[in-house]
Design a protein around this ligand. Structure first.
Ligand SMILES: N[C@@H](CCC(=O)N[C@@H](CSS)C(=O)NCC(=O)O)C(=O)O
Ligand SMILES: [Fe+2]
Length: 291
């Protein structure tokens, strides 16, 4: 049932308010109402620049992250770790929010699913695929430790966090003006909430993973939000403080950690033989034509 406006006092008052139109810029007035409402992130002050969405692909338990600078007129956006199966969902969301996707990024060469970056490039001209140079994969843009990838006034700083694979990186949010914004780290499979990525293939090394997490992630401010590429237990987000205290593997001393990692006895990911070769070229580049 649709209520007439006069029966919803607050909405009716807002609609009558002479100040309402003046608070919307001419550019914003041309944007559909849904885009305006959905484009704002949580947070206040400088945090309002950052739009953030955590998306999930259930077959591989993968998280994809959408970030955008919604204070920039173009609303430039990036996707971290998109999955081929959910590309249409992600691109539709980007369209609904009025964002301009500029980078489709990977934290590493995934072994359990095909990245969405190749498909995205076929569907949205101009988008650049991104992965670390150390990954050995083909890509439009390569990142190295210390690089900053800018979108609008926001950026993602690259930290090399090898160990799960030789080319794993963690992306950390920042604001180009140094304005405080929510600090987030996208850890890929280097750190999974209360656990970590396995180290038994793709150049994995438990010694290196331990060093990476302790030097590059556990040294971040303790309220840094940690967002992994996978979760198998129902977690969505953690913090440095939480993982330093409670991570079941990485809180141990290095020798104990290495023993834990040597005895995980996990079966290989079901899709490894398809996923790794596909992801070494950043995913499907030539999708079969629709019949
Ligand atoms: N069963 C899944 C694969 C599960 C798996 O191996 N996950 C990886 C991350 S994807 S490379 C991992 O590092 N897991 C660590 C752990 O402790 O679970 C499948 O067949 O796809
Ligand atoms: Fe992985």
């Amino acid at each position: 049932m649709v209520l007439p406006l006069r029966l919803i006092p607050r909405l009716a008052a807002a609609a009558r308010s002479p100040r309402a139109p003046r608070s919307i810029s001419p550019r914003a007035r041309s944007v559909p109402a849904l885009t305006m409402a959905a484009a704002y992130s949580t947070g206040s002050g400088a945090g309002r620049r950052l739009l953030f969405r955590q998306l999930f692909e259930k077959e591989s338990s993968t998280y994809t992250y959408l970030l955008a600078d919604v204070a920039d007129p173009d609303k430039p956006a990036v996707l971290i770790d998109p999955v081929d199966r959910t590309v249409d969902r992600d691109l539709n969301l980007i369209k609904e929010l009025g964002l301009k996707l500029v980078y489709a990024m990977n934290t590493h060469v995934h072994a359990d699913h095909v990245t969405g970056t190749g498909l995205i490039k076929t569907k949205v001209p101009g988008v650049k695929s991104v992965i670390s140079r150390a990954s050995g994969a083909k890509s439009d843009h390569f990142v190295d430790h210390g690089d900053k990838l800018q979108f609008g006034n926001l950026f993602l700083e690259v930290r090399a966090t090898p160990g799960h694979t030789a080319g794993c990186v963690t992306y950390i949010t920042g604001d180009a003006d140094g304005q405080p914004s929510p600090r987030m780290a996208f850890t890929g499979d280097a750190l999974i909430i209360r656990a970590c990525g396995r180290t038994d293939f793709q150049g994995g090394s438990s010694d290196l993973l331990y060093q990476s997490v302790h030097s590059q992630i556990f040294t971040l401010p303790k309220d840094t939000l940690l967002y992994p590429a996978h979760d198998y237990k129902g977690f969505t987000v953690s913090t440095v403080e939480e993982e330093v205290a409670y991570n079941g593997r990485l809180t141990k001393d290095k020798e104990t950690f290495k023993t834990i990692m040597d005895n995980l006895n996990l079966p290989y990911p079901k899709m490894i033989d398809v996923a790794v070769p596909a992801n070494l070229v950043c995913g499907i580049q030539d999708p079969p034509p629709k019949i």
